[in-house]
Write a protein that binds this ligand. Structure first.
Ligand SMILES: C[S@@+](CC[C@H](N)C(=O)[O-])C[C@H]1O[C@@H](n2cnc3c(N)ncnc32)[C@H](O)[C@@H]1O
Length: 271
C-alpha cells in the first residue's frame, strides 16, 4: 500500500474511533462487555501467561481495558492507541496501578514511532480486537521483532476471519424435531479469500461506522511469518451453551458452535 493510501485510510479510521470513543467507553466500562469477559480476556490471559514484573505492550488499547487488567495481574504495561479520545478515556479510567501503566497516542502502522518505545524493552505484546481495524499490519509485526526480547510473544485477538467478517450474514431458523421446536443458528459466508476494506459496526449504536480490514488467515499469519514469528498457540473461543441466551437472535451468545474470535500467540526468536 502506498503511504498516501495508508494515510488516508488511517485518517478515516482514527476519525471514526475518535467519534466512537465515548460510546465505546460507556459500553466497555472498567471491565468490558460479555464478549470481552467470556471470550477475549480469558483466552488472552491463558496464552499470555502473565508473570509479575513483565513489561507488556498493549496495541490498540482503546479505553485501557486490557492495559489495566494486565497491570492488576502484576505487569508493567504500556498502552498505545492512535485515537486521542480513546487514550483520554483510558487515562480517566486508570485510578489504580497508575505507576505500572503508561499510555501513549501512537499509530501502530508507524514503524519508526513504534521503535521509539525502546528496542528489546518488552517481554510480551498484546492486541485485543484491534488488528482488523488497522490499515496495515506489516510495520507493526516488523517493529515487534525489535521491540520484544528474544523469545518474547505477541498475543492477539481478532474477529475470526472465517466466521465473523464483513461478508458474513447470520441466520436463525426453527425446526420441528419430532415434536420439539429447536432453534438452529448459522452463518452464511459469501466471501473470504480476498482481503477487503469495508465499513462496519463494532457496536450497534456507534455514531460512525469504521473501516474493517479483512485479512484471510494466509494473509494475516503470512505477515507474521514473513516478519520472523512462529505460531505457537491458538484458541477459537465461542460462548458456552449454558451462557444466558440473548433475545437478539444475532447475538454471538446464541452461536455456541461458531467462534466469533480467533486468539493467537506468535513467538519471536532471533536465533
Ligand atoms: C475495537 S477497538 C479495541 C480496543 C481495546 N483493545 C478493547 O479491547 O477494548 C480497536 C482500537 O484500535 C485502535 N486502532 C485502530 N488502528 C490503529 C492504529 N493504526 N494505531 C493504533 N491504534 C489503532 C482504535 O483507535 C481502537 O481504539
Amino acid at each position: 500500500m502506498s503511504n498516501d493510501s495508508t494515510n488516508a485510510l488511517n485518517n478515516e479510521t482514527r476519525d471514526a474511533w475518535n467519534s466512537n470513543a465515548s460510546v465505546w467507553d460507556a459500553r466497555m466500562g472498567d471491565d468490558g462487555n460479555d464478549f470481552h469477559q467470556v471470550l477475549i480476556r480469558p483466552a488472552i490471559e491463558r496464552l499470555l501467561e502473565v508473570k509479575t514484573g513483565t513489561r507488556i505492550l498493549d496495541i490498540g488499547c482503546g479505553n485501557g481495558l486490557t492495559t489495566r487488567r494486565l497491570a492488576s495481574l502484576g505487569a508493567q504495561v504500556v498502552g498505545i492507541d492512535f485515537a486521542e479520545e480513546m487514550i483520554a478515556s483510558a487515562r480517566r479510567r486508570t485510578q489504580q496501578h497508575e505507576t505500572s501503566i503508561e499510555y501513549h497516542v501512537l499509530d501502530a502502522t508507524d514503524e519508526t514511532a513504534l521503535l521509539g518505545l525502546g528496542e528489546r524493552s518488552f517481554d510480551a505484546a498484546v492486541s485485543a480486537m484491534a488488528l482488523m481495524d488497522m490499515a496495515e499490519i506489516d510495520p507493526l509485526l516488523r517493529a515487534l521483532t525489535k521491540l520484544l526480547q528474544p523469545g518474547g510473544c505477541f498475543v492477539f485477538a481478532v474477529m475470526h476471519p472465517c466466521f465473523n467478517n464483513t461478508y458474513v450474514s447470520m441466520a436463525a431458523e426453527v425446526k420441528d424435531c419430532e415434536g420439539q421446536l429447536v432453534s438452529e443458528y448459522s452463518v452464511k459466508v459469501s466471501g473470504y479469500l480476498q482481503p477487503s476494506t469495508t465499513k462496519g459496526l463494532a457496536l450497534e449504536n456507534q455514531p460512525k461506522p469504521h473501516l474493517y480490514f479483512h485479512r484471510p488467515l494466509h494473509v494475516l499469519l503470512g505477515a507474521a511469518f514473513r516478519a520472523g514469528f512462529v505460531l505457537d498457540g491458538l484458541e477459537e473461543p465461542a460462548f458456552p451453551s449454558d451462557h444466558p441466551s440473548n433475545t437478539r437472535f444475532y447475538s454471538w451468545s446464541n452461536f455456541t458452535q461458531i467462534p466469533p474470535a480467533l486468539v493467537a500467540r506468535l513467538r519471536f526468536s532471533d536465533e
